[in-house]
Design a protein. Structure first.
Length: 160
């Protein structure tokens, strides 16, 4: 069974987001082993300098890298990444399993994004849209799309 991991910077605070994530985690249990790990967000001033933002991105990136393993296929969620349809994401996940991949890690950075180091480790840079979303909401959206991908692959009724 495929391992899907989601590495997230920051904790979910709002109950409605936690509930949505819990629902998709439950649904995904039939298709994969899902692990979500939250990494602490760096503290930053209200109006940070570019140097301070770079420090935060680097520190968060270092914590992410520590959680990654050699066998993981890393997918960085970033605005400059490739946009995919739900069907294309489903095909991507299925192709990884056919190639013998046992673990895919989707990485969601903090408010200022992901470090270049994390992005360079990625087999795929994926963008949800040209629009910007809060990183907490991105987690729910990603879980939904991963669930949809498995539904597409299995011919389920969820995806229409």
């Amino acid at each position: 069974m495929l391992n899907i991991k989601i590495a997230c910077v920051g904790k979910l605070k709002e109950k409605y987001l936690k509930d949505a994530c819990a629902e998709y985690q439950k649904r995904l249990g039939a298709y994969c082993r899902l692990e979500i790990f939250e990494l602490p967000e760096e503290r930053i001033a209200q109006n940070p300098s570019s140097t301070e933002v770079e420090r935060v991105i680097k520190a968060e990136g270092e914590r992410i890298v520590q959680k990654l393993h050699r066998a993981d296929v890393v997918v960085s969620m970033c605005i400059e990444g490739k946009e995919m349809s739900s069907e294309e994401l489903s095909d991507y996940i299925q192709n990884q399993t056919v190639q013998g991949v046992s673990s895919i890690v989707f990485v969601i950075g903090g408010s200022y994004g992901l470090s270049d180091e994390v992005k360079s480790m990625s087999g795929l840079k994926l963008s949800m849209s040209k629009m910007t979303f809060p990183h907490q909401l991105a987690r729910v959206m990603l879980l939904e799309q991963v669930y949809r991908a498995f539904q597409i692959a299995s011919g389920g009724k969820y995806h229409k």
